[in-house]
Write a protein that binds this ligand. Sequence first.
Ligand code: EPU
Length: 422
Amino acid sequence: MDSIIVTGNGPLNGQIPIAGAKNACLALMPATLLSEEPLTLTNAPRLSDIKTMTELLRSLGAEVTSMQNGQVQAMSSHNLATTRADYEIVRKMRASNLVLGPLLARAHHAEVSLPGGCAIGARPMDIHISALEAMGAQIELRDGYLHAKAPGGLKGAVHELRFASVGATENVVMAATLAKGTTVLKNAAREPEIVDLVQCLRKMGAQIEGEGSSTITIEGVDRLHGATHPVVTDRIELGTYMLAPAICGGEVELLGGRIELVEAFCEKLDQAGIAVEETANGLKVARRNGRVSAVDVVTEPFPGFPTDLQAQMMALMCTAEGTSVLEERIFENRFMHAPELVRMGAQIDVQGGIATVTGVDKLKGAPVMATDLRASVSLILAGLAAEGETIVNRVYHLDRGYERVEEKLRNVGAKIERVSGS
Ligand code: EPU
């Protein structure tokens, strides 16, 4: 397994291009199952999770090609090979459950393996299930699979999600595009990835209103057609790299970055003493003073502070002046990076969903273990600011969500290399 070696090397300066959003692309790709015409996604990130979704869609009988230039072409023109999303693929990536809604809409039945828990939490699917049941689906769990059917097709319904789940919103919106009648989804998630999905579905002929608000209304249509759609900028990759100059000093421009994708995050950066400036090509980030100030963070659904930036923000807070309290409200077990940061000299006390971080002057390099995608990158960020060498082991998580991370950071002056393991 590969490791990444990072050596603290002072301020970072230059530009980092931000890729298309992993989590948008993972929702957009299954939309191909809703139409027999080709769906072309441009600005798709080159990540192992995208490969896994490609593998899943191919296993269902879709044709999917990824080009070097970040274009993904997908088509499911003929009868699907199967409507079964196999455990062997689903277990690798939870977002595989995003084929459930499209398969039900297209084939009126689907068998999708339950993904199981993951490092950050149990992550059940009850919210997806209740919403699809409200639309007339009958769903039962057998042999580890959700067996779903909607004889005669799904029907529009008025339904309120018990929590604004991103994945459930995506599944329901996709399913409702081909349902009979109108679906009104209340307490829908408002993330930019959902807005992006709706914009693509609309290009495919879907009738949807309200994306970005908590009520989304979908008028079912008979069929959808092909479309070409650019994947929205990855706000989590953006926020992650915004933290690099915040932690190390220097000034870095994030190409393609937009404030509206990371507004709550920018507010916290501002309070911590980090300047963010809009430029013609993106966002420029620099630390205002010598040391950042401690700030408190509570993770919330969009437009709140994203859970996917909590680990990285914790890395920043490790060397801040004062004590910060980070409260994780989305996932029950998303502080696995904390004990690793402690190995680097951080002072962190975790009690349930609350981590209290007391800033220290300097972190010290150490061998650490990456436990999930965002934890991995938080350890790299911490390593960039630490004295000496940090070896981040088990970095395969990183390749799920960050393309060319070493190259992007090396280009702004970081000392970082990948070492291939056996
Ligand atoms: N939840 C339930 N029941 C459900 C669905 C969700 O209890 O049926 C709970 C989850 O267990 C979790 C919370 O609700 O505690 C939020 O889950 P949500 O469904 O909103 O998340 P998701 O769709 O599974 C997406 C991203 C995650 C991101 C979350 C929250 C994708 C592919 N994944 O997951 O991204 O953290 O939204 O914003 O879009 C990542 O990229 O590192 C990542 C984990």
